[in-house]
Design a binder for this molecule. Structure first.
Ligand SMILES: [Fe+2]
Ligand SMILES: [Fe+2]
Length: 339
């Protein structure tokens, strides 16, 4: 049968209303991103294969187990939110018809973050079955841990609502600056903890996650170098604010929460310090307050030199003696960064 051609020519289909994942196309503008995606497929790992059986939680006191579980639960506020955050960003990238490697890199980050979340889950389940929230807490330490985790997740919930709005509202360059902050923070955190942790399976977790986060950071920087040149002054100001929001949010896991955004009761910080101190003594690898501050300062200097190349001002971070632009108060709507 011959192909049928209507006498007046083919009837063109209606344009697909946007935003939409259709029409399908696989455009490649940035070969480097395609390379990073290939690398992420080759470097894939399986958390189930790590030597969890060698953990032997009974070798620690109940307090130490609860304190280490607490740290993993704090981490889950960040790393555990990664899958949902990047899954949503992946769909958004499809709807915006971002080039194919951008979409695939988002997907790869989602895949990695599922592994990181699984590590949080496995560590918590091994240390305190039923944790982080659903175990029979009886001592003051256990009750304080549960209370703090509850407050943390309250704040995580506020950030999630803000994120869902932000993703529709901001251009990718702004979202990615926030993601970049998260990746700088996480690669810094896991590198530091890998160096000081004395528990073999956790060291291995920190090493693997650290390598993933370094790759995520590379993805973010590659996308930003492509998108930053086109930014308006208004967008640049938003990014300056986002960098401060990143510091405010991520300090909860990298250091200590500053006096902004976080809705926490007065008991939170003293009990947090106590729990983290016990986890540190148990060998988890949490750095000292001063070492954390030093690491955070070095990470900020790295971000600063990156953004200033594109004429983006850096915010003031008086907590770390970093001078810069005063961006005022930070609200839940400002918080985008993730690990
Ligand atoms: Fe990440
Ligand atoms: Fe992560």
């Amino acid at each position: 049968m011959p192909i049928e051609v209507p006498p007046g020519g083919f009837l063109p289909p209606p344009a697909v209303p946007q935003p939409n994942i259709f029409p399908m196309e696989w455009r490649v503008d940035t070969a480097k991103l395609a390379d990073i995606y290939e690398r992420s497929k080759r470097q894939v790992w399986n958390p189930s294969d790590l030597p969890w059986g060698a953990l032997h939680p009974e070798r620690w006191s109940r307090e130490q187990r609860v304190a280490m579980m607490y740290w993993w639960a704090v981490l889950a506020n960040f790393d555990g939110s990664g899958p949902a955050v990047f899954a949503r960003a992946t769909i958004h990238a499809f709807e915006q018809h971002e080039e194919d490697p951008v979409r695939k890199c988002f997907f790869a980050i989602t895949r990695d973050e599922i592994n990181h979340e699984e590590c949080c889950h496995r560590a918590i389940a091994a240390l305190v079955p039923g944790g982080p929230l659903d175990f029979a807490a009886t001592t003051d330490l256990e009750l304080a841990a549960v209370n703090n985790i509850g407050w943390l997740y309250h704040n995580g919930g506020r950030y999630w609502s803000g994120y869902k709005k932000a993703i529709e509202q901001y251009p990718l360059a702004i979202l990615f600056t926030s993601f970049m902050m998260g990746e700088v923070a996480s690669s810094t955190l896991f590198r530091g903890m890998y160096g000081s942790c004395t528990i073999p399976v956790f060291r291995e977790v920190f090493e693997r996650i650290g390598r993933d986060e370094a790759r995520h950071l590379q993805i973010c920087i590659t996308i930003l170098e492509k998108d930053w040149p086109g930014l308006s002054d208004e967008h640049k100001e938003t990014i300056t604010r986002q960098l401060r929001a990143g510091f405010v949010f991520l300090s909860m896991i990298l250091w200590e929460p500053p006096n902004q955004f976080w809705e926490i009761p007065d008991t939170f910080l003293p009990n947090h310090r106590e729990l983290i101190g016990i986890a540190r003594e148990a060998g988890l690898g949490v750095l000292s307050y001063e070492d954390q501050a030093d690491n955070w300062r070095v990470a900020m200097a790295r971000v600063r030199s990156l953004v200033e190349r594109w004429g983006i001002e850096f915010p003031a971070i008086p907590e770390l003696d970093i001078d810069g632009v005063d961006v005022g108060d930070i609200s839940a709507e400002d918080i985008i960064p993730v690990f």
